[in-house]
Design a protein around this ligand. Sequence first.
Ligand SMILES: [Fe+2]
Length: 312
Amino acid sequence: MTIAPDLPTATDVTVRPVAGHIGADITGVDLREPLSEHDAEKLRRKLHRYKVLFFRDQHIDHAQQIAFSRTFGTVTPSHPYDDEAPEGYPEILAVDSRKYEKRFGRTKYSYDNQWHTDVTAVVNPPAVSLLRAHEVPERGGDTSWTNLVAAYEGLPESLQRLVEGLRAEHRFGGRRPQWSADSEYGRRVRENPFVTEHSVVRVHPVTGEKALFVQPGFTARIVGLSPSQSDRLLDLLFEEVTNPAYTVRFRWQPGSLAVWDNRATAHLAPTDLDHLDVTRVLYRTTIEGDVPVGPDGRESVSLSGAAFRGEK
Ligand SMILES: [Fe+2]
């Protein structure tokens, strides 16, 4: 986006932490206007500190969301598999219950209803994701995030040492895909698989913090363990990652926007709407990510599929 000269300004970005380990409310910014470099840098710093930033009453359109997204880096296409971006905006992923109903044949409010970090099946998962609420139900439909750094730091030292040496395979659907293999989506995943081996512990390239980089949405197995050993260890790690102590929950209104550090968090789409006949429409953008690095300096390795890049 165009960066305005860094003049003294009457607007003052205010940051109010929300939960004990994660999340901050941001006020004093109008995302219809270009940000000063001072404010942009402040938001990037706060994002790394609080992992997810919440904005209210930002009634912006697709172009303005894409422009604001550039504050955090290069904007990617909507999704490796998604070809239903709104006309003229290939960067926008519509998280639209009507689309999922058509695709999966049943009411669904996200393509993935498990805890997940966005698109970790690719070798360079998005660094940052932004999600803007357009139409939301009167009740229900909240999203939760968890702090993967807190999850790592909460492990006893012996388990930290154990997991630091491990690598895991990530693929769409993780251990248990939520779509049937013969669905159109299942076919798409099978014909163009993305599979990557990441370190179980990821070192954040900006903060240097260690994060427990596994989640049920994508992590399929721990490399080098038997299937039952892998399942039991993943159960333990998923329980840590989804510990309510490390989470924050956000109630959407039209014009709400959440920005999260996808290198240090996982999130959970709503699970409380399936019995309600409601429409929920949000729009996501993602920022091109780097290739994760483990504590031993080893990079992630793609086993199938290309890196996920945007246009510079
Ligand atoms: Fe997601």
